[in-house]
Structures are given as structure tokens and as C-alpha cells.
Design a binder for this molecule. Structure first.
Ligand code: FAD
Length: 388
């Protein structure tokens, strides 16, 4: 079947299976996992139908819960979803980070045990990388894993662990050789968050939200069957996962209203022109940059046989996407004037309040997944080949 036929068929199927209440939903229907089950019946129905078709992870092999779509048909499915307004069924670190990493580096047994549970939304994951003394300089991490026969005993702590309070499992970087150079003594392990040795403390932000947590490991257990890659060679796996993370960040659609839509609502627009000349220039520049970025991403996808952009060059996309989105939210809020600085209640509408929080939240987007400065370092060294 041609990609075009596939797109038409997928769009028909989505029109039939996506409930009207979910059309145009900007967020994913579910983040997966046992701790936040889907309660809304419309969401449940759509989610189950998408799982059944393998469309929570369309490009994964069928045996692991995917639909085995090739890049062309996967792209056609994305187009069909956009056309219909059908939301992403499943979000999270399972589908975007640990899943793709296990597909490449996991043993047959690890893939068998973990991947389908990600695809069906049964298992939600979090990322145990950063520590109080190891952020940009991640290889300085100190969380220890000691060999105890058929398992490791883990002690230490992680910080900024997004969604740890809802996660069932964690993929975690631990130190297994204490004498080797710092990059050569790290291992990559998976373990359950539901065990006595794990304590999760949400970090409460000024907004009242707790998007990330501190995690404390006090003799937590990781089975040796859940060591990914070789002992003390976890750094290679860690870097690969970061490429998947950065690729997913750069591919995400900004969850804000469009800039022209906000301009026409809040600014004086006469005959299609924003009256304030400096804002007009800023809006035009932003729209041109956003289009150029989308086209560059499309070209990069087409140039890569597997349809991905996960190489060191991914840092270019992560850097540009997060800076562009930050700029976009700043522009939106400045166009909204005093309507853009509401915190709660009237006279602000729900969309306005959401926009203000999104603007504040996006400031963290240039830090999460590795800061902009760190991306510039990677681009300088690994893409441009400049000396240290
Ligand atoms: C929203 C959000 C979600 C996150 N989720 C997770 C998660 O789920 N799991 C997880 O493990 N971590 C997570 N993090 C942590 C994130 O990976 C770190 O915050 C990030 O890597 C930066 O580390 P740091 O905060 O320790 O800052 P630092 O490394 O202390 O950096 C401080 C400043 O110095 C700059 N800097 C540092 N080194 C250099 C250098 N060599 N050259 C130039 N400038 C440099 C940085 O760019 C930054 O501006 C999250 C962070 C955010 C904001």
C-alpha cells in the first residue's frame, strides 16, 4: 500500500475511533503506568483502540507492541493524526527514551520483558541521571551499585527526576567501578521504584506543581538481568539515550496557541498588519524561523534512512527547538500584555492562565535534557570537530 493510501485509510480509522471530546487535545491521552490509570471512558476507549493497532509506538516491531511501520508510513500516520486532530495516545520516557534504547542495546530477554509493557502503557519510567553534584558534568555521578551475586545493591540519590512519583520503573546510572576514570566506571541499570529501598520526594515549585522529584536509594535492589550493556560501559548507553531524549524534545510540537492567532486576538491588526512595527518584525521573524526549523527537521528526517535524527547533530535540533519555544512563549506573553501575567481566577480565562504557566515552564526547557551551553559544546566538538 502506498503511503498516501495508508494516510487516507488511517484518517478514516481515526475519524471512527477518536471520540469527539478528544479531537484537538494538545496533550497526550495518557502518560501510562499503574499509578495514574486512565479514568475518562473516552480516553480509555481511544487509548485501547490505539494499543490494539500498535499505534502507541507505530514504528516498533509488532512483537513488542508496535505496528512495524516504515518511516514513510509512520510519517503518513502522523499526517493523518494531524488532519483529524487525533491526539497522541501515549507520552513519556518509556516510548521516547528507554524503549528505543532497549531496542538497540537490550538483550532479547530485556526487550521481551519490558517493551510490550511500555507499548500498552502498563509501565511508566523515569530517568535517574542527575545528582546534586552531577548535572552537566554527569559522569561525576556518585550513586553506587555494589555486586551482591545475582543483583546489585544501590545507594545514593538522584535529583530532578521528572515524574518519579508516578513511575513504576527507573533507568538509572550508577557507579560500579570506583577506581576507574569517571566515564569508565558507570553502569546502566533498570529497577522497580516499588520497593522498600526507594524513597521519592516531590520537589514543590512556586507554582504549586511538582514536575520532578528527589529519589533516595537505601539498599535498593536491581537484578543483574536488568544491567543494560556491559558492566562499567554504561556511559555509551547513557549518551545514546540522551540522543533519543533530545530528538524527542526537538520533535515535540509546542503546546501553545499559534503566534498569528494570539497577535490577531490581542493586538491592533488592521488589514492583516500588526500596527506596532517592532512587534510586527518580531512576529514575522519568529514565524520565518519556525518554518525554517520545521523544513530543516523534515530534510534531516528524509536524509536519514531510518527517518530519525538521533546523532550528535540531534544537539543542534534540541538547542534550536528549546530556544525557539522559549522565544515563542515570551513573544506570546508580551503580545498578551497584562492578560499574560495572570496567576489564577478571573478576569483571566483558562487559556490565558495556561499560557502564562507554559511561558514560565519553557524557561526550564533550555536546561532539561542538557542545557543549551552543553549542546553548544557537543556541537562544537562532535559536529564541527573543533578542538577542546
Ligand atoms: C524541567 C526539567 C526536567 C528534568 N528532568 C530530569 C530527569 O527526569 N532526570 C534527570 O536525571 N535529570 C533531569 N533534569 C536535570 C537536567 O538534566 C539538569 O538540570 C541539567 O543537565 C543541568 O544540570 P544542573 O542543573 O546540575 O546545572 P549545572 O550543570 O550546575 O549547570 C549550571 C549552569 O552552568 C552551565 N554549564 C555547566 N557546565 C558547562 C560547560 N562545560 N560549558 C558551558 N556551560 C556550562 C550550564 O549550562 C548551566 O547554565 C531536569 C531538568 C529540568 C529543568
Amino acid at each position: 500500500m502506498s503511503a498516501e493510501d495508508f494516510r487516507e485509510e488511517a484518517a478514516d480509522w481515526l475519524r471512527e475511533h477518536c471520540p469527539a471530546s478528544l479531537i484537538g487535545l494538545r496533550e497526550a491521552v495518557s502518560g501510562g503506568g499503574s499509578r495514574q490509570p486512565i479514568k475518562d471512558p473516552d480516553r480509555r476507549r481511544y487509548f485501547d483502540a490505539m494499543v490494539e493497532r500498535g499505534w502507541t509506538v507505530p514504528h516498533w516491531p509488532v512483537e513488542y507492541g508496535g505496528a512495524g511501520l516504515e518511516p514513510e508510513t509512520h510519517q503518513a500516520l502522523r499526517q493523518a493524526m494531524a488532519e483529524v486532530g487525533a491526539p497522541q495516545p501515549l507520552a513519556g520516557m518509556g516510548t521516547t527514551m528507554i524503549g528505543p534504547t532497549l531496542l538497540e542495546h537490550g538483550t532479547a530477554e530485556q526487550k521481551e520483558r519490558h517493551l510490550s509493557k511500555i507499548a500498552t502503557g502498563e509501565m511508566r519510567w523515569c530517568q535517574g541521571y542527575s545528582e546534586p553534584g552531577a548535572g552537566s558534568d554527569l559522569a561525576s555521578l556518585k550513586t553506587r551499585a555494589e555486586d551482591a551475586g545475582d543483583h546489585f545493591v544501590i545507594n545514593g540519590s538522584k535529583i530532578w527526576t521528572s515524574g518519579a512519583n508516578f513511575a513504576d520503573w527507573i533507568f538509572c546510572l550508577v557507579r560500579t567501578d570506583f577506581d576507574a576514570p569517571k566515564h569508565e566506571g558507570i553502569s546502566f541499570v533498570l529497577f522497580s521504584m516499588d520497593q522498600p529501598g526507594v524513597t521519592v520526594r516531590p520537589i514543590r515549585l512556586i507554582s504549586g506543581a511538582s514536575p520532578f522529584c528527589e529519589c533516595f536509594f537505601d539498599n535498593a535492589i536491581a537484578s543483574k538481568e536488568d544491567l543494560v550493556g556491559r558492566l562499567n560501559r554504561g556511559w555509551t548507553i547513557a549518551k545514546r539515550l540522551l540522543q533519543h531524549e533530545r530528538s524527542s524534545i526537538s520533535g515535540a510540537t509546542p503546546q501553545t496557541r499559534s503566534v498569528p492567532e494570539v497577535a490577531s486576538r490581542y493586538l491592533g491588526v488592521a488589514a492583516g498588519r500588526i500596527s506596532d512595527p517592532s512587534l510586527r518584525t518580531e512576529v514575522t521573524r519568529h514565524e520565518m524561523d519556525a518554518r525554517a526549523f520545521a523544513l530543516t527537521q523534515k530534510r534531516a528526517r528524509e536524509e536519514n534512512r531510518d527517518g530519525s535524527t538521533q546523532t550528535f547533530a540531534t544537539s543542534i535540533f534540541k538547542l534550536y527547538r528549546s530556544e525557539l519555544t522559549k522565544r515563542r512563549t515570551e513573544l506570546i506573553v508580551s503580545m498578551m500584555g497584562t492578560r499574560g501575567v495572570g496567576w489564577e481566577g478571573s478576569p483571566f480565562g483558562p487559556e490565558e492562565l495556561e499560557e502564562t504557566r507554559f511561558w514560565l515552564g519553557r524557561k526550564a526547557g533550555t536546561i532539561a535534557g542538557g542545557s543549551s551551553e552543553v549542546q553548544l559544546n557537543i556541537i562544537a566538538k562532535r559536529v564541527l570537530g573543533l578542538p577542546d
